[in-house]
Write a protein that binds this ligand. Structure first.
Ligand code: 7RM
Length: 640
């Protein structure tokens, strides 16, 4: 991003620093000297049925944290909070798609809903260790179902509500779930996603599913299969009120979450119990600075890891009030987020660069209608934030008063890894600054040697951390190959990064075949396989083109069968094909028909060339290694 070269820096405001949850910079050094001791101290802030015997067993790439310790995540998020006097405090503050539509749950109320639903799951035959698939819109039943799974030790697999029937089917079959929890339909931005109808399509080919629980949200008619499908409310009415929390091993699976990688098949990222909660709880407290009176709003969908960690588990394990918003930033008007903040007195707003850039485009009028003075801290996650968007966010939303935490992490890392501590760190727009205490990262060159001092290269995590993924579900070999083959005992991130003379990190983006569209991870291969499943397509190559608003936009190059000609209708068909196979967020922005693709002699597609053409660059660099350099002219012509 060629923007400002000279960046100004921002000190933590004095008033903020005075009350911040961490105000002593010596913790960085302490954690560096004894990181196991540091994380053990964080873990001690949680509730354990039995303390661990050892903090860490590290047999690369296998890590076990808090070995022998017993705890329950739902107990930590509910019972433990009630025990500390938060029974009547609001746990979840839900705001619906229509302004003013709201539901709230105190910690006691949430606990009883969760206990009841845990009994529903047990009644459907779910036992400790049985994965449960959850395909719900952003309604309170979603965190309730997740916490109920955690309570009985059933790993949940949440599938983002915008994923298609095909994606849902593949995810259910990969984890062999017996129960699916879904809803009739999910309202969002004034439209309804037909979740049950999608699920019915998926269920035609999911032999493991025995029962389907259907929450009623949109109220539309749905097909209910006799003996298999039951309504949420009917089951809750019949269920017992009390369900004790299982004593889980620290290394028992808490959840599986599918994430895009460089092949067509998403990876089932596995997170376990003790280490994950330790990191998520500590980072919520230290980075997002959540305190007793805060109203914390993480605007991510729970279908992504950010929602798992910072809408559900992080805030609830800290006894905070967490906002769950069902709608979109632009419905019914462009000021909806500011309206949610004003009406609910939101104090901490954790958002994404793509959302911030969309606001920037609308100018300041939608903001001026609202009082945003309740805000005291802003955050961003999901993709690199360009300095101009950072500055805009700081000035127009934070009114120059609120620190910004730019938090870098991944589905695989479970929790925040690189980020400012808002009361301590001097920030630089565009930089995620320093690794969290107890986290160790470095930059390596192309030959896998660490770079000294300032420089640019591949981001590497050099020591195990508590929230790290433990494996890829049922595919330990892919886990080893993807993340550990290259460096042995160090985690290869697949992100590029730059370190400046102050040791600050700026993440520059993915180096693998994964695109980042509005903060959503989508594999180029996933889109390519969707396209080639159309009978007219013989081959396709997909790239992410730089996009002002979305970070990246999907461009697909397509070779058609025989002498078939491309047409507007076919473009639409192909775009729909991808939407159907993956979901609307993966629909290509542009389809380019081409007679050939730029390949090296060994047959590898040179994506750099495709990106250059899609971005309208004249100089495409060295193309002499192409098997047939004349392809470049064909491509340029195809696009014009
Ligand atoms: C939390 C999440 C992970 C990828 C990651 C990066 C990119 C995330 C930042 C960022 C620059 C950030 N999980 N990314 N946060 N890039 N600055 N603050 O997004 O698994 O869906 O995506 O997102 O490329 O590897 S994710």
């Amino acid at each position: 991003m060629a923007e400002e070269t000279k960046v100004r820096t921002y000190e933590p405001p004095e008033e903020f620093a005075r009350d911040a949850n961490v105000d002593d910079a010596s913790i960085y050094e302490e954690a560096e000297q004894d990181y196991e001791g540091f994380w053990a101290e964080r873990a001690r802030e949680m509730h354990w049925f039995r303390e661990w015997d050892r903090v860490l067993d590290w047999d690369p790439p296998e890590a076990q944290w808090f070995v022998g310790g017993k705890l329950n995540v739902a107990y930590n998020c509910l019972d433990y909070q009630v025990e500390q006097g938060r029974g009547d405090k609001t746990a979840i503050l839900w705001e619906g798609d229509e302004p003013g539509d709201s539901r709230t749950f105190t910690y006691s109320e949430l606990k009883s809903e969760v206990e009841r639903f845990a009994n529903v799951l047990k009644g459907l035959g779910v036992e400790k260790g049985d994965p449960v698939a959850i395909y719900l819109p952003m309604i309170p039943e979603l965190p309730i179902a997740m916490l109920a799974c955690a309570r009985i030790g059933a790993p949940h697999s949440v599938v983002f509500g915008a994923f298609s029937a095909d994606s849902l089917r593949d995810r259910i079959n990969d984890c062999v779930a017996k129960v699916l929890v879904t809803a009739d339909g999910g309202p969002r931005g004034g439209k309804v996603t037909p979740l049950k109808a999608n699920a019915d399509e998926a269920l035609e080919d999911t032999p493991s599913i025995e029962s389907v629980v259907v929450a009623q949200r949109s109220g539309e008619d749905v097909d209910m299969a006799e003996g298999r499908d039951r309504y949420w409310n009917d089951l809750m009415d019949e269920a017992d009120a009390e369900c004790p929390a299982e004593e889980m091993d620290s290394e028992d699976i808490l959840y599986i979450l599918y994430s895009s990688g460089s092949t067509g098949k998403p990876k089932g990222i596995v997170h376990t119990t003790g280490g994950y909660l330790t990191q998520v709880k500590a980072t919520t407290k230290w980075v997002l600075d959540v305190k007793e009176d805060d109203v914390f709003w993480c605007q991510a969908d729970i279908g992504w890891v950010t929602g798992h960690s910072y809408l559900v588990y992080g805030p609830l394990s800290n006894g905070a009030t967490t906002v769950q918003f069902e709608g979109t930033p632009s419905y019914p008007g462009p000021d909806r987020h500011w309206d949610v903040i004003e009406r609910n007195g939101v104090t901490i707003y954790y958002s994404a660069p793509t959302v911030i850039r969309a606001f920037m485009k609308q100018g300041t009028e939608p903001i001026e209608k609202h009082d945003l003075s309740s805000l005291r801290l802003l955050g961003t996650v999901g993709e690199p934030i360009n300095p101009r968007a950072w500055e805009w966010y700081h000035e127009n939303i934070g009114k120059g008063r609120c620190p910004i935490v730019d938090t870098w992490w991944q589905t695989e890392t479970g929790g925040i890894m690189i980020s400012p501590l808002p009361g301590l760190t001097t920030t630089k727009p565009g930089s995620a600054t320093r690794p969290f205490p107890g986290i160790f990262v470095d930059i390596y060159d192309e030959d896998d040697n660490p770079i000294e001092g300032a420089g640019k290269g591949n981001l590497v995590i050099t020591k195990p951390w508590p929230g790290m993924l433990r494996t890829i579900y049922k595919d330990p070999e892919r886990f080893r190959k993807t993340y550990w083959e290259r460096l042995g005992d160090k985690y290869f991130v697949e992100d590029g990064a730059e370190r400046d003379e102050d040791g600050y990190y700026t993440i520059t983006g993915r180096i693998d075949d994964v695109m980042n569209v509005s903060g959503h991870r989508i594999g180029t291969m996933e889109v390519e396989s969707a396209l080639v499943s159309h009978k007219a397509v013989v081959e396709s190559a997909v790239i992410g083109r730089h996009d002002e608003d979305k970070g990246q936009a999907i461009v697909a190059y397509v070779i058609l069968e025989g002498d078939r000609e491309g047409s507007e209708d076919l473009i639409k068909e192909l775009k729909d094909q991808v939407r159907k196979a993956i979901g609307p967020h993966a629909r290509p922005e542009e389809i380019i028909f081409t007679p050939d693709l730029p390949k090296t002699r060994s047959g590898k597609i040179m994506r750099r060339v495709l990106r250059g053409v899609a971005e309208g660059e004249d100089d495409l660099g060295d193309v002499s290694t192409l098997a047939d350099p004349s392809v470049v002219d064909d491509l340029k012509e195809a696009r014009s």
